[in-house]
Write a protein that binds this ligand. Structure first.
Ligand SMILES: [Fe+2]
Length: 206
């Protein structure tokens, strides 16, 4: 038996076996209007329908943008007509807090922003997390989505500062660097943070 104490926790974590390795792969969302949701995920997010069909009284549409994954998102019928609002902040849906898509560069995020605002309506929220730059938006049934780019830095989360994508990349980088230096608890290069968290994750599996 091994005993470890996660950082900031009074509680000891006791384990007598290793949890086998698991890789997160995909997520299923229950939908009300399959046609509208399929149209959004293919047209606005560029996903490909890899399969469709019915099982267990549910119509299913499998979607992916990665040939290594048969599906990254599955849409399944059966969402109830009315779901109450999130009681903390209605911008988050009642159940799914966020589904997030990584973009490789700031130029890529700016290009996606132009595509998104031309192909979709609704509220767009721009955020600088220090660790990442994000656009938040909603799918047609109110699930919150995020398109983001990783920065090179880690600061303790959550951080939610405004982001102005009309600025040059240099301006955004400079602003983010000073945000991290000035207010960022735990500020360090993300490569260094990844090394530390890798050790912690390994310890927690012992
Ligand atoms: Fe996020």
């Amino acid at each position: 038996m091994n005993t470890i104490r996660p950082p900031g926790s009074e509680q000891e974590y006791v384990s007598n076996h290793r949890v086998p390795h698991l890789n997160f792969s995909h997520l299923g969302i229950c939908v009300r209007d399959m046609e509208v949701m399929e149209d959004f995920y293919t047209r606005v997010l560029g996903m490909t329908v890899t399969d469709r069909g019915s099982a267990l009284d549910t119509d299913l549409v499998f979607l992916s943008r990665d040939p290594a994954e048969h599906h990254q998102i599955v849409l399944g019928t059966g969402r109830p007509e009315r779901i109450p609002e999130n009681t903390s902040n209605p911008m988050f849906g009642a159940i799914i807090n966020q589904i997030s898509f990584r973009i490789a560069s700031l130029n890529g995020l700016k290009e996606f922003d132009r595509h998104l605002t031309q192909s979709h309506t609704g509220e767009f929220i721009y955020a600088n997390h220090g660790t990442a730059w994000s656009i938040y938006f909603h799918d047609p049934e109110g699930n919150m989505l995020e398109a983001f780019v990783d920065s090179e830095w880690y600061i303790k989360q959550p951080v939610f500062e405004p982001l102005d994508l009309s600025q040059t990349n240099k301006e955004i980088l400079q602003k983010t660097r000073s945000l991290c230096e000035d207010a960022g608890e735990g500020f360090e290069p993300v490569a260094q943070w990844r090394q530390r968290i890798e050790i912690l994750m390994e310890l927690q599996r012992i």
